[in-house]
Design a binder for this molecule. Structure first.
Ligand code: OGA
Ligand code: NI
Length: 345
């Protein structure tokens, strides 16, 4: 277990299960760097506080999420120092001896805890992600599984508690702004799905340096099975890439901004108005990278379907109803499928 982390530290040769034998960009010339995504930057202040600029910013949000499916959010109310602290406690956790890290180890078939997302299959040709992650439910508080929350560094829990409560406020306000941007009468239309038994988790990702980044991926191409996702990127090391019109683009690092992604569940609920973008994480030959994703999910078994106010003669219903199921969702990820393709009418 924990092979990713230990391989990176000891510099062993990479086992075949991590290697894309065709390369990760077979159709592109690896010596030409990929273009940088001109990702729209949304000023959260201008979305949340009614003012003359509000309508305009909502329009920009809507148009970005309908084309790119992701934006950078600034002025989001999360202090730069808190973002640094959450990065720091994760780095301190990673620096602990393996024995200590393994106290938070996830169960083979569990979601929460520390480990890598092993791909459960008999097919040896399946390629694994070269990354380790620590995932923890943070909201609602009574769903927290404290046995997976690191006790070291000593302030890990306190920092995550503070960070996740800020992110929850941002999450809720963002879902409301998204509903307003579509002119929905009830701005809680999307948020309700989370409030009615849903959860919010933090996923700390660690990507080791990799001497052959053209043949190994930190995270393979996927769209998030969430309602929405916020990604706090590494301060310095790029790695996140988004697929747009069959071309991969690098997501830039914008100091203190958070990346907001539409997830598959919201693509369905918005009847395809918002797009859940396909993205991946590439590795750096010399430098490790970390990121902290905040993910919101519906309750297990929740019926997800296009909101009726977004279905019309001009805009026919695009997706069937589907019961949210975390295990099915993980299975889609592992086999490179997307729920939105599975339920498209
Ligand atoms: C994810 C993800 C991006 C990153 O955790 O689903 O896409 O930059 N992370 O680590
Ligand atoms: Ni993702």
């Amino acid at each position: 277990m924990d092979s990713v982390h230990e391989i990176a530290i000891t510099g062993q040769n990479l086992p075949a299960k991590y290697i894309y034998t065709d390369g990760i960009n077979p159709s592109q010339n690896p010596s030409i760097p990929l273009p940088l995504l001109e990702i729209p930057v949304i000023d959260f202040n201008r979305l949340a506080t009614p003012s003359t600029g509000t309508g305009e910013e909502l329009g920009r949000l809507r148009s970005a999420l309908s084309s790119y499916g992701c934006v950078m959010v600034t002025n989001h109310g999360v202090a730069s120092s808190l973002m640094d602290r959450v990065r720091l406690v994760f780095k301190q956790f990673l620096a602990l001896p393996m024995e200590e890290r393994l106290k938070c180890q996830k169960e083979v078939d569990g979601f929460d805890g520390y480990g890598s997302d092993m791909i459960v299959t008999k097919d040896v040709a399946v390629v694994h992600d070269f990354s380790a992650r620590l995932r923890l439910i943070t909201w609602p508080e009574d769903r927290r599984q404290m046995k997976y929350w690191p006790e070291k560094p000593h302030d890990f829990r306190e920092v995550l508690d503070e960070y996740s409560s800020k992110l929850r406020v941002l999450h809720d306000a963002t879902l409301k702004a998204m509903a307003r941007s579509l002119n929905l009468e009830d701005d809680s239309t999307f948020l309700k799905v989370i409030r009615e038994g849903g959860t919010i988790s933090s996923r700390f990702n660690f990507y080791p340096p990799c001497p052959t980044p053209d043949r190994v991926l930190g995270l393979k191409p996927h769209s998030d099975g969430t309602v929405i996702t916020f990604v706090l990127q590494d301060r310095e090391v790029e790695g996140l890439q988004v697929l747009k019109e069959e071309q991969w683009f690098r997501v830039p690092i914008v100091a203190d901004a958070l990346v907001l992604n539409v997830g598959d569940q919201l693509e369905i609920m918005s009847n395809g108005e918002f797009k859940s973008p396909i993205h991946r994480v590439v590795l750096n030959p010399k430098k490790e990278r970390i990121s902290i994703a905040t993910l919101s999910f519906p309750q297990e078994g929740k019926q997800i379907e296009p909101f009726e106010g977004l279905v019309s003669r001009e805009r026919p219903r695009l997706y069937r109803q589907v019961k949210y199921n975390g295990v099915t969702q993980l299975g889609y990820y592992q086999s490179g499928k997307r729920v939105t393709d599975e339920v498209r009418i």
